[in-house]
Design a protein around this ligand. Structure first.
Ligand code: ACO
Length: 318
């Protein structure tokens, strides 16, 4: 028995912000952003929240799976930008969709969040504790960006992706996940400061800061190695698609080259979405599903990588 994805959904905020739009409010250009990252536009929230986007994505995934919210046993949300410290995004979604039976919690694994959620649900399913789960990867990254730092804010976007999984004969064939907390500083964002009466706070709040070149080196070495280890766990097979975290087109091209795989097998959403951290993989998967690109029996590698540092890779049969 393993874990199979039986439905997907996603939501992108209504407001589309192109590179040219950004060039009107900061010292940047479409040429700089596009040639270094592949990003042409991103969606940014105005009224939408992380929970709102998740609820929309969840409803679409449930409909696609042909399942009712009240039958869901587990909800896990990969996010670093839940609307509240508590309750979790997962508990808010549970209430909004009426998944009364479900146990709900968030995981904080940044861009690996959806893969960590999938692997956690798989562990519960393998253990026989639950038979299905609603998994989400979602971010409102625009609220933790320093909009005066052009080297980071142009890279990211907002959105939510969802998948319904259930126990089945086929599905997840192999996976691995990893963390390297010693390199956490290369991509970080401060949380709430202690404001108790015995602590003096005089520094302004910090936003996301990133050592872009270190992140790049981490991604292009760790991701192909992780994918190869996962493929070694399974029977040899032809991979139909590599659904990678959408950070940067150059990272994806480098991974394809190192794997000696055809770049046409690496679908892209970063051109119109930017980097949505935990949202990237499930949003791209949903786009592929709705375009009819995914056929029963297809072999799909999914890989997320990012802050923590963390990474997670899965080989699935669709
Ligand atoms: N517009 C115009 N110029 C810019 C911008 C911008 N938005 N941002 C930076 N610059 C300038 C810099 O000021 C610098 O100018 P200088 O040479 O006069 O000092 C110049 O461009 C080069 O800056 P670098 O930071 O060295 O640019 P680099 O070529 O390294 O590209 C990038 C930056 C695209 C972020 C690259 O490091 C990268 O691809 N890193 C991978 C990290 C990544 O994708 N992170 C996403 C989040 S992490 C994740 O999801 C895994």
């Amino acid at each position: 028995m393993t874990t199979r994805i039986i439905g997907t959904g996603s939501y992108l905020p209504k407001r589309v912000v192109t590179n040219d739009d950004l060039a009107k409010i900061m010292d940047t250009s479409d040429e700089w952003i596009r040639t270094r990252t592949g990003i042409r536009a991103r969606h940014l929230v105005e009224e939408e929240t992380t929970t709102f986007m998740c609820v929309e994505a969840a409803k679409r995934a449930l409909e696609n799976a042909g399942m009712q919210a009240e039958d869901i046993e587990l909800i896990i949300v990969g996010t670093i930008t839940a609307d509240h410290v508590t309750p979790s995004a997962a508990c808010e979604i549970q209430a909004a969709i009426g998944a009364d039976k479900a146990v709900a919690f968030d995981v904080n694994a940044a861009c690996s969040g959806f893969l960590f959620a999938l692997h956690t649900a798989h562990a519960y399913i393998q253990a026989g504790i639950y038979k299905n789960a609603l998994l989400l990867g979602a971010e409102t990254l625009s609220k933790i960006m320093d909009w005066d730092d052009r080297s980071t804010c142009v890279l990211f976007g907002d959105g939510a992706g969802a998948a319904v999984v259930k126990a089945d004969e086929t599905g997840l064939l192999a996976f691995e996940q990893g963390s390297d907390g010693a390199k956490g500083h290369v991509l970080a964002c401060e949380g709430r400061r202690n404001n108790n009466p015995y602590v003096s706070n005089d520094k302004a709040y910090d936003y996301v800061h990133m050592d872009g070149q270190e992140v790049y080196k981490f991604a292009v070495s760790t991701v192909p190695a992780s994918i190869m280890r996962v493929l070694e766990q399974a029977e040899p097979c032809e991979i139909d698609y590599y659904v990678l975290h959408q950070a940067n087109i150059r990272i994806i091209q480098s991974v394809a080259k190192r794997l000696k795989a055809d770049e046409a097998k690496f679908p892209i959403s970063l051109d119109h979405c930017g980097n949505i951290s935990a949202g990237s993989v499930p949003i791209l998967l949903d786009e592929m599903n709705r375009k009819g690109m995914l056929k029963r029996g297809h072999k799909i590698v999914m890989s997320g990588f990012g802050a923590g540092l963390t990474w997670g890779t899965a080989l699935l049969e669709w």
